[in-house]
Design a protein around this ligand. Structure first.
Ligand code: PHE
Length: 445
């Protein structure tokens, strides 16, 4: 069978498509808001550069050397203890778990594209009622759009790396960047732009406690798509002699700049037309539509374009969340792509319905444990435990398990003088940092 490989630009767009997702446009602004902006943003940027970039290189390297699904790649690269290391490859499961709530959120976004065409809420209160009514009572609408998301994602994944995933990203990613850039330029002309700048970049260190710190680190992982085999699976389809460091740089650069551009734009609109940076997950679904309303007709256009961009960001990430396990069943069990895509799709679709129900009145109670609904649990367990654990395993794997000579042969020519620093950081700095993050997120310290 001929193996389809990404083109260079196709790979960068696909990996950036994976990284740029709901995390950048939906999550980042609201958690930055929750933790008071500036200082939080700087901790996040620092983590992205210090830990994120080096793990991104490690994850790409495992895929590039392994050339197979994540489990087989781990197995083949481990000189000893193959049986144990192969479990490292099951980090791909995290992607399917993330999809359980991710697909539901994409469904909300589809719904908002359609409703924004006709009307926007006139006040924040009205916006809040619209959103919470949908969330807590409107099962049918949510189910309908969750189904649309499932069909679209499964269709693209079924078309494979080249004909599905690369194509999707080649169209959606440039469109998304154009939309965001256009809206960002508009935002720079508004008076509140300087307030947004101030909010995002002037640090107030008193707001940073250990909780803010670990949230920033956890988010750096989530936003870069690290620790669940997405980047690894894509990298298995890299051309021979690809420059991993350059690719990793582009992905980190695009992901970070898009988060900053989106954040500045949103906060400008919220300062100018709304009540400033609102808190909580409702930011883009509640405060933002009300701010768009204040802008008049251009607000309507912006609202539709914004939710389209958000949907595109979510869809390009979704295909990368599903692909690792799809590839696993194809490689290991010789399933057809159709069977594999459909089975993985049905998994997140059906469990996603339970997540959806866990927000619906009448079902909420039965589907809530402790202080979190099933929906929130999935979000929490994946971001707080699974991704950092995946990152930890990869750092240890490249740092200690794979022979240094093998790592060096590929990476030294690309990293040159920085090779030893990168290697040292993977061996000692990253594992310790990841371990601390996991412990604190689990509430152990
Ligand atoms: N990076 C994506 C986002 O920011 C989410 C994601 C996580 C995608 C892990 C793939 C793997 O929304």
């Amino acid at each position: 069978m001929k193996i389809a490989r990404f083109s260079r630009i196709g790979f960068i767009l696909a990996a950036a498509g994976s990284a740029v997702g709901l995390g950048n446009i939906w999550k980042f602004p609201y958690i930055a808001g929750e933790f008071g902006g500036g200082a939080f943003v700087l901790v996040y940027l620092f983590t992205v550069l210090l830990i994120g970039f080096s793990i991104m290189i490690a994850e790409m390297l495992i895929g590039y050397l392994g050339r197979k699904d994540t489990v087989t790649s781990f197995e083949e690269l481990a000189p000893k203890n193959k049986g144990m290391w192969k479990y490292g490859g099951f980090q791909g499961l995290a992607g399917l778990f993330i999809m359980i709530f991710y697909s539901v959120v994409i469904g909300w976004i589809f719904n908002y594209i359609v409703t924004s065409i006709f009307s926007l809420p006139a006040t924040v209160e009205e916006a809040e009622i619209t959103f919470t009514t949908m969330l807590h009572t409107d099962f049918i609408t949510q189910l309908f759009y969750h189904t649309v998301a499932f069909i679209w994602i499964t269709y693209v994944v079924n078309k494979g790396i080249k004909g599905g995933i690369e194509k999707l990203n080649m169209i959606l990613m440039p469109t998304l960047m154009l939309i965001l850039l256009g809206m960002f330029i508009y935002a720079t002309t508004l008076g509140a732009f300087s307030q947004a700048l101030e909010f995002m970049f002037s640090p107030d260190w008193s707001k940073i406690d250990s909780n803010a710190f670990v949230t920033a680190v956890g988010h750096a992982f989530f936003t870069l798509s690290l620790g669940m085999g997405a980047i690894m699976t894509y990298s298995a389809s890299l051309e021979k002699h690809s420059n991993i460091v350059k690719n990793a740089f582009w992905v980190v650069f695009l992901d970070t700049s898009i988060a900053i551009v989106a954040g500045l734009m949103l906060f400008t609109f919220l300062y100018q037309y709304g009540g400033g940076p609102a808190k909580g997950p409702g930011l883009v679904f509640i405060s933002l539509p009300a701010a768009f309303y204040e802008m008049g007709i251009i607000g309507n256009i912006f609202a539709v374009l914004f939710f389209i961009a958000l949907a595109f960001a979510g869809l390009t990430s979704s295909v990368s969340l599903v692909e690792p396990m799809v590839q696993y069943f194809i490689d290991r069990f010789k399933w057809s792509r159709l069977k594999s895509s459909l089975s993985m799709g049905l998994f997140f679709y059906l469990v996603g319905i339970i997540a959806l129900l866990s927000n619906i009145e009448g079902f909420q109670e039965a589907l809530t444990w402790g202080d979190k609904s099933f929906f929130d649990w999935v979000d929490y367990v994946t971001a707080a435990i699974m991704l950092p654990a995946g990152g930890l395993v990869m750092a240890l794997f490249i740092g200690f398990a794979v022979e240094k000579s093998r790592v060096e042969a590929v990476m030294r020519p690309q990293l040159r003088g920085a090779f030893e620093i990168w290697y040292f950081s993977l061996r000692y700095i990253t594992p310790v940092a990841m371990f601390i993050v996991m412990l604190s997120l689990m509430g152990a310290i």
